[in-house]
Design a protein around this ligand. Structure first.
Ligand code: UDP
Ligand code: MG
Length: 345
């Protein structure tokens, strides 16, 4: 391996790939699974790879297709979660079971073109630890989704100090050391694209056009997107809480200004007893207090979820996977009801 040295620290470059892990979550993707598998295989024809597919509690028969794929091709590792745990947890389950020295995560609906992985690998070979794909165009997505996504990225910038490039999704390639760092973070409010930036090391971007979904529909409803955005912001910032304090100061300052004004108006005799003024300020204050309690509640709820310390996901069955009982994944598996952990490899 070649290397550059900065202040006595060797920075790796010119890496050799032993194994690439391609990790994708699958939730009701019956219509895309075969095509996805085919495109990954042809895009990576010259690359030693494993395909880690996580069934996130599908109910449309994707799980049967996935089991058949794993039977047919030993490079396909299949992990079946005990129910639907959500995109970020499913991705985490896949990353926990990846064995490669480079790991790429992408969606199984072919919105992220597998052909781009080759370019991402070149970046990794020349020393990048985290290579993220930035979407230049997003075909087939509604105006509403694009507008809310852009609003989210602006809010995220404003609230947090994590330098997340706008329009970079979860389509990323990680070096093993970046993945090890990422997997040491077992928080429940998972915003993986922010967490991969947080780990640092050498980061670089490749640009691509995001395709429309191959088949099926988006699983991200408005409510899911909202809760995902709250996880993202609260996971990386206390600023909303500070904002509540700031609002408190502003309102108190207004009250302090209002007192001498009322006294002066009384003295000059032009004071009008105002019922509506009292009502408006009561409503305003009540509203602000409820909002700030709500903000605190968002954090308290998340703290509550964290302290319970439940496993991030449970595994019902696996195929072509060796579960290491000492790994976080193994521990998660060990928490599954006895008898459900099957290893068909
Ligand atoms: N997904 C998942 N669990 C879920 C929702 C989605 O594993 O609860 C998977 C889904 O199968 C897909 C990826 O996450 O591979 C992205 O989901 P989707 O395409 O619905 O999101 P969008 O691209 O619309 O943001
Ligand atoms: Mg999609």
């Amino acid at each position: 391996m070649q290397g550059t040295t900065i202040a006595g620290v060797s920075l790796a470059s010119g890496r050799t790939l032993d194994l690439l892990s391609v990790v994708a979550p699958v939730y009701n993707e019956r219509g895309t699974l075969e095509a996805f598998y085919g495109r990954v295989c042809s895009a990576l024809a010259d690359v030693p790879f494993e395909l880690v597919l996580v069934d996130d509690g599908s109910s449309d028969g994707s799980e049967v297709l996935l089991a058949a794929l794993a039977d047919r091709d030993p490079r396909v590792k299949a992990i079946f979660l005990s129910r639907n745990f959500g995109h970020q947890m499913a991705l985490t389950a896949g990353l926990d079971h990846a064995d490669g020295n480079a790991i790429v995560m992408l969606d199984a609906d072919l919105q992220d073109p597998p052909e781009l992985i080759v370019e991402m690998l070149d970046r990794w070979r020349s020393g990048s630890d985290v290579v993220y794909a930035v979407r230049a165009r997003r075909a087939g997505e509604s105006r509403f989704k694009l507008t809310t996504a852009s609003l989210f990225y602006r809010l995220f910038d404003w609230f947090t100090s994590v330098d997340l490039v706008h329009n970079s999704g979860d389509f990323r390639l990680l070096d093993r050391r970046a993945l090890t760092a990422l997997l040491s973070m077992r928080e429940r409010s998972r915003f993986l694209r922010g967490m991969t930036v947080w780990v640092g090391y050498t980061q670089s971007a490749v640009v691509y056009d995001r395709d429309p979904r191959f088949a099926g529909e988006t699983k991200y409803t408005l409510a899911r997107m909202l809760s995902f955005s709250l996880d993202a912001i609260s996971g990386f910032s206390h600023r909303p809480l500070q904002l509540a304090t700031l609002l408190g100061f502003v309102i108190s300052a207004l009250a302090l200004v209002a007192i001498p004004v009322v006294i002066a108006l009384k003295i000059v005799g032009s004071y009008l007893p105002g019922f509506s003024t009292v009502e408006i300020s009561m409503l305003l204050l009540g509203g602000i207090q409820l909002i700030t309690i709500g903000i605190i509640g968002e954090y308290v709820g998340r703290i509550y979820d964290e302290v319970k310390g439940r496993p991030l996901y449970l595994i019902r069955a696996t195929a072509n996977v060796d579960v290491d009982p000492d790994s976080p994944a193994g521990r998660a598996g060990a928490d599954a009801p006895p008898g459900l952990e099957t290893n068909r490899s």
